[in-house]
Design a protein around this ligand. Structure first.
Ligand SMILES: [Zn+2]
Length: 240
């Protein structure tokens, strides 16, 4: 079976010179194109490589004109057959415009419901609020909320994504150790959240997340890899 990077951005311009080298045979990549430029670049990557796709609108960009947001909305709708989910979408406590973030999130969540897809959530600081607001199943990308809430989220059929932060953050190590492995998937959010100082993150670093998870759970790495692959495929409703 395969390693899974459930959330990354291989369409990011930071990868322009090395993109081909990110693709590996033993690794399933789900790239997340956000915003007008990101969505277009991610669709190009989808056509070029054997990868999976989610498309969304990032809460950091909600200052954008309604026309831009509507164009993203329409492109996602037109490409519904190519995507696994709508995302990342959500809210971020470190950004302003609470009401606007909520309005844009609801718009895209309702689109996901309309086209019958799950959502991929960016929920920094708003984990509980977004859990309550979500009316479709959600993958919480780079989950950083509390352990108690994570248990509720997992029990309700959602997926908690552990990022490369687990390689160095004690809070994320605790989540990895205590949560039922059936609630979990793995991601890098590359080119962000690098576990290696001075290097850009890349999808194959998801192996470090699996290794850390195996260590914390005192399980075999291969077994963890297979469970994560199954969890993720089940969540998206197809074998990756
Ligand atoms: Zn991301």
């Amino acid at each position: 079976m395969y390693y899974v990077d459930s959330h990354c951005h291989i369409e990011d311009k930071a990868f322009n010179k090395v993109r081909d080298s990110l693709i590996k045979e033993d690794l399933k990549i789900i790239t997340s194109g956000v915003g007008l430029g990101g969505i277009k670049r991610a669709l190009e990557c989808y056509e070029k490589y054997n990868i999976y796709l989610t498309l969304g609108f990032h809460p950091a960009d909600v200052k954008a004109d309604d026309k831009i947001i509507d164009r993203c909305y329409n492109i996602i709708k037109e490409n519904r057959d190519k995507i696994l989910a709508v995302g990342e979408i959500g809210m971020d406590i470190k950004r302003e415009n609470y009401e606007r973030q909520k309005e844009v999130f609801l718009k895209f969540m309702n689109l996901a419901i309309e086209i019958n897809k799950p959502i991929v959530l960016h929920a920094r600081g708003f984990e509980e609020e977004l859990f309550k607001l979500s009316e479709t199943k959600a993958m919480f990308h780079c989950y950083s909320g509390s352990l108690e809430l994570a248990k509720d989220i997992g029990e309700s059929g959602n997926l908690i994504s552990l990022s490369t932060l687990v390689c160095f953050s004690s809070h994320h190590k605790k989540l990895a150790e205590k949560l039922d492995i059936d609630y979990l998937t793995t991601e890098t959010d590359s080119p962000y959240l690098s576990p290696i100082k001075g290097e850009k993150n890349k999808p194959e670093n998801v192996k470090l997340v699996v290794r850390e998870l195996a260590k914390l759970k005192e399980m075999d790495e291969e077994e963890v890899k297979d469970i994560i692959y199954k969890n993720t495929s089940k969540f998206f409703g197809r074998w990756l």
